[in-house]
Design a protein around this ligand. Sequence first.
Ligand code: GLC
Length: 752
Amino acid sequence: MFKPFTCLAGIALLLAACAGPKTPQDRLTVNDKAIDKVIAQMTLEEKVNMLHSKTNMSSAGVERLGIADMHYADGPFGIREEGVPNGFTPAGWKLDSATFFPTGSALAATWSEELAYKYGTGMGTEARLRGKDVILGPAVNIQRLPVGGRTYEYLSEDPILSAALSLYYTKGVQDQGTAVCIKHFAVNNQETNRGSVDAQVDERTLREIYLKPFERAIIEGGAMSVMPAYNKVNGDYCSENEHLLNEILRGEWGFKGYTVSDWGGTHSTMGAMLHGLNVQMTGSNYLGQPVIDSIATGALTENLVDEKVRQILRVRYAIEAIPDDVANTQMTSQPESQQIAKEVAEKSIVLLKNEGGVLPLKSSVKKIAVIGQNAVLKTQSGGMGAGVKALYEITPLQGIQKRAGAGIEVSYAPGYKNFAGRRWGPASATPNPLVASAINEPADKALLDEAVKLAREADVVIFFGGTNKNIETEGSDRANIDLPTGQNEVVKALAAANPNLVTVLISGGPTDLRELEPVSPAIVQGWWNGTEGGTALAEVLFGDIAPSGKLPFTFPMKLEDSPAFAMGNFPDKTQGGDLFTLMYRADATQMTREERQRMLDAMPKPTSKYTEGQLVGYRWFDTKNVKPMYAFGHGLSYVTFGYGQMSASVGKKAVKVSFDLTNEGGMDADEVVQLYIQRLDSKVEWPLKELKAFSRVNLKAGETKTVTLEIPMDDLRYWNVEKNGWDLDHCRANLLLGAASDDIRQKAEINI
Ligand code: GLC
């Protein structure tokens, strides 16, 4: 009996099957047949050899079968200099000087998917010049803590903004033939006890906030590898977390690539093998001989090893190996990347305050006093894994001097001591007068007097404050967000000496501005802004370009106002619980397995309770009605923008909004428009409002453009824990369109 429908359905399926891979992840499976033939030729030893490090930054291929090793490179904003084979000690190469791209929070401050893509292309290109197959980045964890040591490395406190930039960075890198290793999966939001802390987070918060920056890059971007984080999530280490690695990453998101543990982040053989880890970095004490032994006893099967090798080879086949005689034969940093770094820096700079028109600098300014060591400190290196040996780096002072030219006198004074970090060795015999021994050391009188003298003689004073990579770094969280080494005292003295004062903050995360803000008519967030950071900053200060960056995180009025602190969730009082404090202590490496296990078992069990739930960042400040110093999404320009009435329509697949945007000023400028949603009669609890769409718009002086924004219906869902799946909360809601989370210009009510 001819059944037209069945036949048609069969034809459709056949066509679909021939049409090739459906999703970016499926593209990784196109070589599976060839891969299985190769696996069939491999010995068990050769397979297991692929499951752990070969050198500190490589894992093995199979030379006998012509399968190249996988080569990895830190970090998220610059290809790290070559290290020695068995560690991080620099190898002293000459051609591995790279482009230093603006760090994560600076990239996020551009709110630009286009720039994130370009940024990724620069990173992917320079990785290949260095013979690297995989970049250990992007680093996309949500910035839960203002004091987080890696806040500067990460992107934002908001999942929609972070997810969009993570996706386009990933596309940019992988379109250059380099794989990303997106990190640190997941809920890696503190450095305190990072090697052992158990992040205890409810499922809805996990899905809607902490996993979002990974989800889009993996599903839509086809991220080829993932780095499980050091910490635990709800009791299990990320490197052996069934829920994260097998149920969600592979089961729900369809991830077809492979996972690489963080360095020293593997914790067992059986756990890692059964719950989703592919490669142990570094060492083979878990995924080396013990795997072979476990197969011999029947505890593990060779099929499981084959599956892990298949996942690795999918990426190996997707990334063309770089021959040794091609890699590292030209300078890593390329002019095209330097230009990208400059463009990102230009669009990342955030004008926080500008009263009395002190910015942009007037043409009448003939004497500029630049005060503060952050004007001359380079920010490329430091911060452990993310440091870059840059081919060059233009400091803020250099940028200002170059832009000022001969017609303007630029003077400089250090103003305050630099906190150079904890000393590992004995204190130096002759203390350096410019280096502080403690982060909270008060202002140095001689340095302050010298700075005030210059300030008095100048037309305008530019004070460079903030932190540095010894203060904000991987491996430790800040104790507070205070400006260090007496900067507040210095800036008050400068303000008293000359009211024409501009403050530029050179830092990665937020700082406490309660003392500084009242005395500084202009305040700029200058970031750690890469190889051309000084050039870009000078262009903004002199008005060559209008500032257009927007804050990717909240500046709290004070640290205690921020959610994890307000809820008493951080810091956890357990001390000495950090794995690294123990495992990498000299004697730990001489321990027997039993001694090491006994030590681990005796370790305190630090936890981090995420009872603030989804109320991270502005979600907390808005919902609890706590006024921040500067709000998420805040950033001024040298022009003003007019927002016309928006029209909104709710379709099956998306909510669409359009409106006219006008540049009311006298110079070209970019605006980042932001669309939030505030639910009115919802069935479930929501934050007061949430970012759901944004766009960077370039407008010539006086120009008007019609801007459209779209919110995919899927982005309006919540994780229904009862049904263990995504659901729509059908309710009335306000669409809030504005220039910042606290600067809403238009509102429209809709029904979802
Ligand atoms: C570090 C970091 C990770 C880095 C890795 C290799 O400890 O957590 O981001 O990629 O080790 O340096």
